[in-house]
Design a binder for this molecule. Structure first.
Ligand SMILES: [Zn+2]
Length: 397
């Protein structure tokens, strides 16, 4: 196993002098705290410096007054193997996302594998192999939840039972394979759910060759856990259909970078009017035809905040706590017992906004100064974001 790549056990971590702490929880997005500790990769305390035991630390980080948030989660990626994608012939794309604050990724199917098998035994073998490969090797420490089979005709209940027993926890986007009819998809999604497998459906016009239009009737009938890219990936449904999906379904509303921005804002406003922002989650849908977007989640946060007129501290919850809850992950919230996965940010130099939150509210990207996964510092000043005003520092061991 590749322990050296991100599964090393962490000692006690203390992060102090945090200027603003974002919780990831829509119910209370800002915490009245300036210090976090973690041990063995789990959060052990959150509070004011004087109330938190900072003794016997293995690593101390001085946040220098910057903002700490849960590490961002990209709810929709298409990895293949390791830190390589054939889609745009890129190496180290996952490391680049880490520099955009992303610490966890969810595969919506390893669909870009050249020669991807479409027979049932082959697609199951690929899913199990991808799950194992990313469980054993975390590129730059990033947690990639992969092994998401793409449904094909003829799969039976026992296939889902077998996949779950082998460790598969996700379905690839329904609709990218042969299964595109509502009734057939509904049956397979139900089997997956019965065995604890989380499902996503492709929504909108076709993307890769072999995919097709998935309209609101198919999405509603299939009833997958996540309405994948409700704003299209790339091509969105008419907004009347998006409205119906938001109102008639209770499932997660996933908005992606690789989709239609007008449809994204429409879905967001509909969710807000329905008082259902807790259903909104964010993904990039990369690598894709539009490339890989290392800052894609931060760009979505800024866009949805400044054009969707949602407070920035709430929009960060879409990319953290909401996704963790709807994808059943142990990260995404600043809370004792959770995975110690963090991103530290500050406003970008010369932003018109005077604080981190103000800068995002006017549509600027924050500067990432540090990422931490499982209580271990993974990166410092981002090579991809604009430079932050203040940068956290490791001050002690
Ligand atoms: Zn898709």
């Amino acid at each position: 196993m590749a322990e050296a790549q991100g599964t090393a056990a962490a000692g006690k971590l203390v992060i102090r002098n945090i200027g603003l702490m974002l919780s990831g929880d829509l119910a209370k997005p800002i915490l009245d705290a300036d210090t976090v500790t973690a041990d063995g990769g789990r959060i052990t305390a959150v509070g004011k410096a004087k109330d938190v035991d900072q003794e016997r630390a293995t690593v101390v980080v001085d946040a220098k007054g910057t903002t700490l948030a849960p590490g961002l989660i990209d709810s929709h990626v298409h990895p293949v193997f390791g830190d390589w994608t054939p889609r745009q012939t890129q190496l180290n794309w996952i490391d680049s996302f880490l520099h955009g604050g992303v610490t966890t990724m969810i595969s919506a199917g390893e669909v870009h594998l050249p020669g991807r098998p479409k027979d049932i035994v082959g697609l199951k073998a690929l899913a199990i192999t991808a799950q194992r490969a990313f469980a054993g090797f975390r590129p730059s420490g990033v947690k990639v939840h992969a092994g998401a089979p793409v449904l094909e005709h003829g799969m039976v209940e026992n296939d889902f039972k077998e996949l779950a027993a082998a460790g598969v926890t996700l379905l690839g986007e329904v609709g990218l394979g042969g299964v595109k009819a509502g009734a057939e998809a509904r049956q397979m999604v139900a089997w997956a759910r019965k065995y604890g497998i989380n499902s996503t459906i492709h929504t909108g016009g076709p993307s890769i060759p072999g995919s097709g239009l998935i309209d609101k009737d198919v999405v509603l009938e299939a009833d997958a856990d996540v309405i994948g890219h409700i704003n299209g990936g790339h091509t969105a449904l008419p907004i009347e259909q998006i409205l119906e999906l938001c109102v008639r379904s209770k499932r997660a509303i996933e908005i992606v970078h690789n989709g239609n921005e007008r449809a994204a804002l429409f879905a967001l406003r509909t969710a807000r009017e329905a008082r259902q922002l807790e259903r909104v989650i964010l993904g990039t849908d990369s690598p894709a035809g539009s490339g890989v977007q290392p800052l894609g989640i931060l760009r979505m946060v800024a866009m949805l905040c400044c054009l969707g007129e949602i407070p920035p501290e709430q929009v960060f919850c879409f990319a953290t706590g909401n996704t963790a809850r709807l994808r059943k992950l142990d990260c995404g919230l600043i809370e004792v017992g959770r995975s110690a996965d963090f991103v530290l940010m500050d406003r970008a130099q010369e932003s018109a906004g005077k604080t981190l939150l103000e800068s995002v509210a006017v549509g600027d990207l924050p500067g990432v100064g540090m990422t931490i996964i499982d209580g271990v510092v993974r990166s410092g000043r981002s090579r991809n974001t604009p430079p932050a005003v203040a940068i956290p520092e490791v001050v002690g061991h």
